[in-house]
Design a protein around this ligand. Sequence first.
Ligand code: AMP
Length: 605
Amino acid sequence: MATIGIDLGTTNSCMATVEGGKTVVIPNAEGERTTPSVVAFSKDGERLVGNVACRQAAMNAGRTFASVKRHMGTDWRADVDGKRYTPQELSAMVLRKMRQDAEAYLGTSVTDAVITVPAYFNDMQRQATKDAGRIAGLNVLRIINEPTAAALAYGLDNGTPQKVMVYDLGGGTFDVSIIEIGEGVIEVLATAGDNHLGGDDFDERVADHLLQEFKRASGVDVRHDPAALQRVREAAREAKRDLSAMASTRVNLPFLAQGSAGPVHLDVELTRSAFENMTRDLVERTTGPVQQALMDAGIAASELGQVLLVGGSTRMPAVQAHVRALTGKEPSSSINPDECVAAGAAVQGSTLSNASLGIVPAGGDILLLDVIPLSLSIETVGGVATRLIERNTTLPVHYSQVFSTAAAFQTSVEVRVLQGERPMAADNKVIGNFRLKGIKRAPAGVPQIEVTFDIDANGILTVSAKDLDTGKEQSITITDTERMSDAEIEAAIRDAEQYAAQDQLRRDDLAVREEAQRLLADVDRALGTAGKQLDKEEKKAIKADEAALRKLLDARPARPIFGKKGKDVAQDASAAAGSDTAALRAAMERLRQSSAHARDVADAQ
Ligand code: AMP
């Protein structure tokens, strides 16, 4: 029985295995080394996967599904003849074909597999990927990160400890990761990317150019002719690929359309420099994520040991030149960029299955460590997101913190699990919630409730809450379909950066308000206990200061109200919040001074 590694890609998938200590890419039944991740349902209900699905895509667009990976872990569904397919079911169709093709090629049954996912995939997306494998009849030994797999394919785990950048430009997505390779450990330090940037965008630019040229020369617009459009798109992709190796290419599509004077043909000469001019901005869009990843990892490009190129689109000379300019390093592309992730997954699969047989390879067993893409918190009093696990924390991780109740005799607590970078719960995404019941009746602050976050090596999160007094425990594994999409993750990070300053003000404001409430309660208590020993004037002064402070607290809601105009108004409002916080602080200081004597007297009693 063989173990395979599968790179389940957005546009293409690839599989490999280790044979006699060497990784071998397994070709599909059509003899190709990668399989388009495309699924289609023909009119008579037949399921088509891979190249056959691609070929009929233009004629059967409504029943053809590509880039399903973008929907992993979301509630997106494909509607076909009244049946709704989940992203994992569609992905399972691709995986099933790959498994069957591998079995035919290897002449043995294949069940054990390692599947790769982008490093930024959250646990819901990882879970969905694992489920897809299971639906396809695979026993998924491990879900590993694509950049980590690339490093394994290059054998970097057996070399010098170093930091490595993996620059992955595929068909539909761009990911950049910084990983650290240590003694027997590969750790993802940071990831960034653009979920909607890849080779498809380059194809589209070329196709647009060809369509324009055709219209200019023949006067015929074929944008609304699906069959002609499909031919132009395929030719555009081919021309793009040619231009990775040649300085110019000729696109020739005879009988593309019917003109007024008979059939018309497309015949266009395209040079590499023209191609590079029309796609320069696409290449430049990778700059931001590269800089972001370096910044998140806290290193300069000069500290990188190596730069690995992954994804078919890194074959473009302009992309390689750009990476060179950005990092000052000559990027490595000695392993086929379409295949290196699958090869690394196969290496990991072989290590895992050998380990289960008690065989430890000479280089040692490599332990893979991943990071979580966004911070995890729970909602606490005042709508605050109390952070338990910081973004980019290495997995697996286990963390506990003890919380208490906010109200007297509270017998249950709701644990709302949040994902995101913002300090207020409402600004983050709720990814799960549950209620711990049966807490022993006690005054506020007395019960001890231990909340634990556990994220396993596959990135799957379990949250539990335990009443340390009664031992009652409740837990959930986060698997609801409401998890964040990639776009939401990116938006959450961007959002957090944009609003960081405002958030700080809101957090300060909230802390000051809580402190003021505590001070008022303390002064009330002092007046109750020591009131008789204070003279009238002193009491009057304290009461006046208390009233002034209460008035300030009541004067505005706990959160600044943001106007309709967006950013400008919001910034004004938070600036106002800042000055209000200063006023609150001043009133508290006055009350502290006027009540100091009273509180001392009360404390002495
Ligand atoms: P991947 O998803 O990693 O297989 O990448 C597929 C993308 O790489 C597609 O957009 C292909 O058109 C593109 N690609 C493959 N080979 C080349 C090449 N020689 N030059 C430019 N792009 C290529």
